[in-house]
Write a protein that binds this ligand. Structure first.
Ligand code: SAH
Length: 214
């Protein structure tokens, strides 16, 4: 523990003030969660000195832990309607999962790459999060056993949105995801379910790893 503290630079509090609050993230619950969760626990040792910079970092298997500003932006969009139960697709390091665990009553998370799951589970346990359930699987199917969700957050770029995600949202529920067009450009969206209709809001361009479809 001592060693970790000496090699990292910055803190989650400084990171939140510099890269999130000053850049328009306003939700105090989100800011408090981002200022609290120790991001250096979620990055590989070789990148720990960059844990509190505002950038994505490699976590192995060609995947990345998302950029803090983007985590804040997506979480703020996800919880805007005061939901309690959220589904995350793409657990990865478990960092976004921890942020959700701070702001929600229950968090469910699905990860396609088997090796990430025990590591993320152990980290979250060690940090004292007991309101998180993680499973290995293809997030395209959602998690029907625990549906419906107040919101679903997807942390890999999809080219098409599986029906299961809208089906597993409550009325008025929110889907937050990066969507990639035919030219390979990605845009972050918030989509809200109103009966058979979906209200879409663009939140800016982004760069996520591709959603695994095989
Ligand atoms: N939220 C994570 C992001 C990791 S990158 C973090 O900040 O650490 C995206 C993650 O989505 C990767 O872990 C990848 O394995 C996972 N993923 C990609 N396709 C998936 C699928 N079909 N189902 C579930 N998870 C998937």
């Amino acid at each position: 523990m001592e060693n970790l503290n000496t090699i990292r630079s910055g803190s989650s509090f400084e990171m939140t003030e510099r890269f999130l609050r000053s850049r328009g993230i306003k939700n105090e619950k989100v800011l408090a969660a981002m200022a609290k969760v120790p991001r250096h626990h979620f990055v590989p040792e070789s990148f720990r000195s960059h844990a509190y910079s505002d950038s994505p970092l490699p976590i192995g298997f060609e995947q990345t832990i998302s950029q803090p500003f983007v985590v804040g932006l997506m979480t703020q969009a996800l919880i805007q309607n005061q939901g309690q139960r959220f589904l995350e697709i793409g657990t990865g390091s478990g960092y976004q999962t921890a942020i959700l665990a701070e702001v929600a009553k229950s968090v469910f998370s699905i990860e396609r790459i088997f090796s990430f799951v025990p590591v993320a589970k152990a980290r979250l346990e060690k940090l004292g999060y007991h309101n998180v359930s993680i499973t290995v699987g293809d997030g395209a199917h959602g998690w029907v056993d625990y549906a419906p969700f107040d919101g679903i957050i997807v942390t890999a770029a999809v080219k098409a949105i599986p029906d299961a995600w809208f089906e597993q949202l409550v009325e008025g529920g929110t889907l937050v995801l990066p969507l990639e067009d035919s030219k390979g450009l990605q845009m972050l969206y918030t989509m809200t379910k109103h009966g058979q209709k979906i209200a879409k809001r663009e939140m800016g361009s982004c760069r996520f790893v591709p959603f695994i479809t095989t």
